[in-house]
Design a protein around this ligand. Structure first.
Ligand code: C2E
Ligand code: CA
Ligand code: CA
Length: 598
C-alpha cells in the first residue's frame, strides 16, 4: 500500500491485492495458532502440508514486501500454493486409528480468526467503497466461520457426553472407578467427613464360570440395583471393576463416623441377603464389605488412595473371616494388607521361589499300590506364612495371573516327574488347570515342549479340569482339551458331580479319568442317595472306559465301600495329606517297608 494515500483513491486492482494480502495474513495467523493442535510432526501428512503452505505464504508476503509492496507482487506466485496446501490439508482425515472425541479448540481458533479477519476485511471494503468481490468473499467467510462455530458447539456437546461416559461404568450405568475416586478426592479436599465402603461379591466367580458371562453380567446389574436402593441422597455408588463395588458417603456432622460407616456397610450387606434369579436359578450372592472413614480427627494424609487401601484391608478381613462386614481399625489392620497387596505379593512370589508343590498320593484300590500323586500348589508368603490355594488362586484368576501360576506349577511338576523317573520312581502326576488356562490356545504346545525337554512321556501327566472351568467358553476350552488329549496327556474331570451338565462332558470330551467330588465320598456310608449316585457314576464311567478316582477318602469304611462299588483309585487324608516331595518320598519308603493290607 502506498504510504499516505487514501485507499479510496487507489485503482481497484491494487485495492484487491491489498485486501487479499490482509486476508492472507489473518489466515496465516489462524493456521499458525491451529498448528499445535494437529498432532506430532512426521506422523500426520496434514502437518507437512500446513507447514509447506505457511512457508509459501510467508515467502509470498516477504517477496511482496521486498518488491516494495507494489501490486500483486510475489504473493501472486506463492499464495495459490499456500491456499492449495491448506485446502488439501483440510480435506485429509487424521490418521489416528483409534477413534477419539475431536478437540474443537483448534477449529474454534481457526473460525474465530476467520470471522475477525473477514469482518475487518468487510470494514476495509466499506471504507474503500471499492468493487464488491472482496466484500462478497469476506461475507462468505463470515458465514463459513459462523457455521464452523455452530459445528464446534455441537462437538463440544459431544465432548461433554464422552466426558460423562468416561466416568460411567458401561455394564451397570453406575459411576466407574475414576468417578468414585474423583468424588472421594473432592470430599477430602473439602475436608468433609466421609465413609468409603468397598464391596466384593462373594460367589460371583462361581456364577460366572458355571452359568456363563451373560448370567454373570445380569447378576452384577441386579447387585447394582439392590445396592442403589440402600443409598442415601448424596451417596455415590460405583463399580470399580469385576465384581467390586464402592460407595462414597458423606457423613452428617452429628453422626459418629465409625457408627455411620458401619451402618452404611450393614445396610448394603442386608440388601444382598435375598437370592437373585439368574439364568433360571436362584443364586445367593452375598458380599464381603470393608468400610473406612475419615474418623473424628481429620488427617492431612486422608486421600482417596489411602481410604481405598484401608477399605480394601477391611474388606479382605471380612472375606477371610466370613463375617460379611468389617470396619477398618487402625490398631488391628495397620500391619495387614488387603487383597490388592496380596496380588502384588503374588507377582513377586512368581518371580521368586515362594510357590512350591505338595503331592498327595493316589492309591490303586485293588492292589494297594501308589500309582500317582495330585500336585497341589502351596504359597509360603514371607510375612503371612502359608496362604491356602483357595485364598490366592481366585485372586490370581481375576487379576490375570493364573497363566503364570500354572506355568510355574507345570514347570515344577514336570521337573519333579523327571527327577523321580531318573531315580526309578514311576508315578503319574495330576495337575489342576483353571478356566483361563483352557482359554489359552498356546498351552498344549508349551506343555508338549516342556515334556519333551525333560524327556517325560505325556502319559505320566494328568491334567484336571472342572466342568465350571469348561463352561466359560466351551468351544475354545474344548479345543484346548482336545489338543492336550492328542498329545497323549490324560485329561481328568475334577469335582465330578458338582457341575450342571456332567453327562454332556463325558460324551463330548476326550477324558480318561473322572474324580468323584469329595462331597459324595464324605457321605457315601451315611447317605443311600449318595451311594446310589456313586455306584451308577462308577458303572457309567467304566462303560465309557474311564478310570474313577475318589477324592477326600478319610476313613477305612469309606474305602471299603468304594472298593465294593468298583472304584479304581483312592485319594485322601486316610492315606496321606499333600506332602512336600522329600516327605512324600519318605512316606513312600515307609509304606513299602510296611505295606498295609488295604
Ligand atoms: P481339588 O483339586 O479338589 O484338590 C483337592 C483338595 O482337597 C486339596 O486342597 C486337598 O488338600 C484336599 N484334600 C485332599 N484329601 C482330603 C481329605 O481327605 N479330606 C478333605 N477335607 N480334603 C482333602 P487344597 O490343596 O487346599 O486345594 C484346594 C483347591 O485348590 C484344589 O481343589 C484345586 O481346585 C485348587 N488348586 C490347588 N492347587 C492348584 C494348582 O496348582 N492349580 C490350580 N489351578 N488349582 C489348584
Ligand atoms: Ca484337583
Ligand atoms: Ca477335586
Amino acid at each position: 500500500m502506498r504510504e499516505g494515500s487514501s485507499l479510496a483513491a487507489l485503482p481497484w486492482w491494487e485495492v484487491q491485492a491489498a485486501v487479499a494480502q490482509f486476508a492472507v495474513c489473518f489466515v496465516m495467523l489462524g493456521t499458525t495458532l491451529t498448528l499445535p493442535f494437529l498432532g506430532a510432526m512426521g506422523r500426520d501428512t496434514r502437518m507437512w502440508l500446513v507447514t509447506v503452505s505457511l512457508t509459501a505464504g510467508v515467502l509470498g508476503a516477504v517477496g511482496t514486501l521486498a518488491a516494495g509492496g507494489q501490486g500483486v507482487g510475489w504473493g501472486a506466485a506463492f499464495h495459490p500454493v499456500f491456499l492449495l496446501g491448506l485446502a488439501v490439508a483440510a480435506t485429509l482425515r487424521s490418521r489416528r486409528s483409534a477413534p477419539r472425541p475431536t478437540d474443537p479448540t483448534a477449529a474454534t481458533i481457526g473460525a474465530y480468526v476467520v470471522i475477525v479477519g473477514s469482518t475487518a476485511t468487510l470494514a476495509l471494503c466499506a471504507l474503500t467503497d471499492g468493487p464488491d468481490i472482496a466484500t462478497w468473499c469476506a461475507g462468505f467467510a463470515v458465514v463459513g466461520g459462523g457455521l464452523r462455530m455452530a459445528v464446534n458447539v455441537r462437538e463440544l456437546a459431544q465432548l461433554a457426553v464422552s466426558r460423562r461416559e468416561a466416568l460411567t461404568d458401561e455394564l451397570t450405568g453406575l459411576a466407574n472407578r475414576r468417578a468414585v475416586l474423583r468424588r472421594a478426592e473432592e470430599l477430602c479436599a473439602e475436608r468433609m467427613p466421609l465413609a468409603l465402603a468397598l464391596l466384593d461379591v462373594d460367589k460371583f466367580k462361581e456364577v460366572n464360570d458355571a452359568l456363563g458371562h451373560a448370567a454373570g453380567d445380569d447378576l452384577l446389574r441386579m447387585v447394582a440395583q439392590r445396592l442403589e436402593s440402600a443409598l442415601r441422597p448424596g451417596d455415590l455408588l460405583g463399580r470399580l471393576g469385576g465384581d467390586e463395588f464402592a460407595v462414597v458417603a458423606v457423613l452428617g456432622e452429628a453422626d459418629a463416623p465409625e457408627d455411620a460407616a458401619l451402618q452404611l456397610a450393614t445396610r448394603l450387606h442386608d440388601r444382598l441377603a435375598e437370592p437373585f434369579a439368574v439364568g433360571g436359578l436362584f443364586v445367593h450372592a452375598s458380599a464381603s464389605i470393608g468400610v473406612t472413614t475419615t474418623a473424628t480427627a481429620w488427617l492431612d494424609a486422608y486421600g482417596p488412595a489411602r481410604l481405598l487401601r484401608q477399605a480394601d484391608v477391611a474388606m479382605y478381613d471380612a472375606k477371610r473371616s466370613g463375617i460379611g462386614v468389617a470396619l477398618y481399625d487402625q490398631d488391628r489392620h495397620a500391619e495387614s494388607s488387603g487383597h490388592l497387596a496380596l496380588v502384588e505379593d503374588l507377582r513377586a512370589a512368581l518371580a521368586g521361589d515362594q510357590l512350591v508343590l505338595h503331592h498327595q498320593p493316589q492309591i490303586d484300590i485293588d492292589t494297594g499300590r501308589v500309582t500317582g500323586v495330585e500336585s497341589l500348589v502351596r504359597w509360603t508368603h514371607p510375612t503371612r506364612g502359608q496362604v491356602a490355594p483357595m485364598e490366592f488362586l481366585p485372586l490370581a484368576e481375576v487379576h490375570g495371573l493364573m497363566g503364570p501360576v500354572t506355568e510355574a506349577v507345570l514347570g515344577q511338576a514336570v521337573t519333579q516327574l523327571a527327577d523321580w523317573r531318573r531315580r526309578g520312581l514311576h508315578l503319574r502326576m495330576s495337575v489342576n488347570l483353571s478356566a483361563s488356562n483352557l482359554l489359552d490356545t498356546g498351552l498344549p504346545a508349551r506343555v508338549s515342549e516342556l515334556l519333551s525337554r525333560h524327556a517325560v512321556p505325556p502319559a505320566s501327566l494328568v491334567l484336571e479340569v472342572t466342568e465350571s472351568v469348561l463352561l466359560s467358553d466351551p468351544d475354545r476350552s474344548l479345543s484346548v482339551v482336545r489338543a492336550l488329549a492328542r498329545l497323549g496327556i490324560t485329561v481328568s474331570i475334577d469335582d465330578f458331580g458338582t457341575g450342571y451338565s456332567s453327562l454332556a462332558y463325558l460324551r463330548d470330551l476326550p477324558v480318561a479319568e473322572l474324580k468323584l467330588d469329595r462331597s459324595f465320598t464324605a457321605d457315601l456310608v451315611t447317605s443311600a442317595r449318595s451311594e446310589a449316585i456313586v455306584a451308577s457314576t462308577i458303572e457309567l464311567a467304566h462303560r465309557l472306559g474311564l478310570r474313577v478316582v475318589a477324592e477326600g477318602v478319610e476313613d477305612d469304611v469309606t474305602l471299603q465301600r468304594l472298593q465294593s462299588l468298583g472304584c479304581d483309585v483312592s485319594q485322601g487324608y486316610l492315606h496321606a495329606r499333600p506332602l512336600p516331595a522329600t516327605e512324600l518320598e519318605q512316606w513312600l519308603a515307609d509304606r513299602t517297608a510296611t505295606l498295609p493290607a488295604l
